[in-house]
Design a protein. Structure first.
Length: 131
C-alpha cells in the first residue's frame, strides 16, 4: 500500500510540476484552452500555473500533503471547463486528435482518483497499520 501511495505521489507531482511550468513557459498554448467567456484569461493561466507548482511541491512534504492534495483536487475540478471547451472546439486544436480530447475528460477522473490516493490522510494511516 505504501508503494502505491508513493507511485501516486510521483505521478501527481510530475504531472502538476511539469504542467505548472508549462503555464509560464507556454502561456500562449494554455491561453487558447481557456474558454473565451471567462474574464482575466491570462492571469488565470498564471495563477493556475502557480497553484499547480505549489500543490506539486506541497505533495512532497508530509505535513502539507493533505492540504496540497485538496488544493490540486479542487484545481482539477475548476479547470474542467477548459477541458470541455477543448473537446467541444476540437477544430481550434488541429494538432490534437479528437479522441484524445475526449480521452482527457476520462483521464481527468483518473487523475482525481490518483490525487486522492496520493494525498488522503487515511491512506497513510491505513498503510502504516498494514506494516
Amino acid at each position: 500500500m505504501a508503494r502505491l501511495k508513493t507511485v501516486c505521489i510521483a505521478i501527481v507531482f510530475a504531472g502538476f510540476f511539469i504542467g505548472g511550468l508549462g503555464h509560464f513557459l507556454a502561456a500562449d498554448f494554455f491561453l487558447k484552452i481557456v474558454p473565451p467567456a471567462l474574464p482575466y484569461r491570462l492571469p488565470a493561466v498564471y495563477i493556475s500555473g502557480f497553484f499547480e507548482l505549489a500543490g506539486a511541491l506541497g505533495l512532497l512534504l508530509p505535513a502539507l500533503r493533505s492540504a496540497a492534495g485538496m488544493g490540486l483536487f479542487a484545481l482539477t475540478v475548476a479547470v474542467t471547463p477548459a477541458n470541455v471547451y477543448m473537446w467541444q472546439h476540437a477544430e481550434l486544436f488541429p494538432t490534437v486528435p479528437p479522441p484524445l480530447l475526449a480521452g482527457r475528460l476520462v483521464l481527468q477522473v483518473l487523475l482525481l482518483a490518483t490525487i486522492w490516493r496520493a494525498s488522503a490522510p487515511w491512506s497513510t494511516a491505513r498503510a502504516s497499520a498494514a506494516q
